[in-house]
Design a protein around this ligand. Structure first.
Ligand SMILES: Cc1ncc(COP(=O)(O)O)c(C=O)c1O
Length: 357
């Protein structure tokens, strides 16, 4: 059987959840499990995260899956409903809505009796400068006042555009958030994703919303997971399926883009872009074998890639870590001009999935 396997380390996930608890001891944790738990597989991740206070997802389908797996924690639909008919499911599955535009407010109010009877909170999104979702500062106070008057229990919510960096917009976003919070007291509040959980302890408020840090990848460009004391949850691995001894001047792979500078031993590994391993890399890229970094050479193909094992012991069947504890997904992402989030989420259905390496 072809070996390209994704292993999920549940104890690492629990460790990272505990890190959030340590960092934000006075806040409830809304664990973000959208996009199939950032590509990790929702079922195993929910089991490991069962001590979280709540879950956050991007759509009804993701929320219903969580309910069907038997979890009863609050679930926030972070983009709210996309049409009024989804409100029936919101009530049926007891889901909490974000509202970010006027129509959603009307849809919610039309179902206020059932919604409020279930004790569901409504999350009201402030657009404080990211200009993605939310009410502007000039609109949101009236929205919140109206929702409160209709009996809703509101959470003021915001998302940072640059929590991972020092950017002037951060101060503007914080300033607007605090202004609205003050004008709407008493109100619950939530504005911290992973990067902000680290960066702004004073802004943790009632709910923090960690995503990437739970999975043991970094939200920052300049800090790795070891520095942040997080543990990678996913190990993506494959096996060597062929070994080639090539002479100086010979080429490897499509486009013959790699030329041997000396006589070399090249191993072919059973993974490619058909599994979700990225093809385009801008910087030298590596895999790990027995905790040592080994260079990737030539172009990644759909089912295979080539590595230079001239100086290491390697044979058919040797396991290769594409990313995991020794080759961080963030470093693979950096070599490929992207972020760990994307690589984790865009794995295909093809690799087999197992618990714990
Ligand atoms: C509204 C909201 N909150 C929290 C998160 C979690 O962000 P991160 O994965 O950076 O922690 C996201 C992710 O996109 C989000 O959209």
């Amino acid at each position: 059987m072809r070996q390209a396997t994704v292993y999920i380390d549940s104890s690492a996930l629990q460790y990272n959840l505990n890190r959030v608890k340590q960092l934000a001891p006075h806040s409830k944790i809304v664990s973000m499990v959208k996009a199939n738990a950032y590509g990790h597989g929702i079922k195993d991740c929910l089991a490991a995260l069962d001590r979280t206070d709540a879950f956050g997802v991007a759509c009804l389908e993701e929320a219903i899956e969580i309910r069907q797996l038997g979890y009863t924690q609050p679930i926030t639909l972070i983009e709210g409903v996309f049409s009024e008919d989804e409100m029936t499911h919101v009530i049926q599955y007891q889901l909490e809505c974000m509202v970010h535009h006027a129509q959603q407010v009307e849809w919610l109010i039309a179902h206020k009796n059932a919604y409020n009877a279930l004790g569901l909170k409504v999350w009201v999104k402030l657009n404080s400068g990211m200009n993605r979702l939310g009410f502007k500062i000039t609109e949101i106070i009236a929205v919140i006042q109206r929702l409160k008057a209709e009996g809703f229990s509101c959470v003021l919510a915001m998302h940072f555009a640059n929590a991972d960096a020092d950017h002037p917009l951060n101060e503007q976003q914080i300033d607007q958030f605090l202004q609205v919070k003050q004008a709407c007291e008493p109100i619950m509040a939530s504005c911290c994703n992973s990067a902000a959980i680290f960066k702004y302890p004073e802004l943790h408020f009632d709910f923090v919303r960690p995503g990437i840090m739970l999975y043991g990848a970094t939200p920052f460009a300049d800090k790795n997971v070891h520095t942040l004391d997080l543990k990678p949850v996913m190990t993506f691995s494959a096996e060597i399926i062929a070994l080639n001894h090539i002479q100086q001047g010979e080429h490897v792979g499509y486009g013959s883009s790699f030329t041997a500078t000396k006589n070399m031993k090249i191993a072919i590994v059973s993974v490619g872009y058909g599994d979700g391993y990225p093809r385009a890399y801008l910087k030298p890229n590596f895999v790990a074998i027995n905790q040592k970094l080994v260079p990737v050479v030539g172009r990644v193909s759909m089912d295979m890639l080539a590595i230079d094992v001239t100086d290491i012991e390697a044979e058919i069947g040797t396991r290769v870590e594409l990313w995991g504890k020794h080759r961080l997904v963030d470093d693979v992402a950096d070599a490929n001009g992207t972020i760990g989030y994307e690589l984790l989420c865009r794995l295909t259905q093809r690799p087999s999935r197992r618990k714990n390496p």
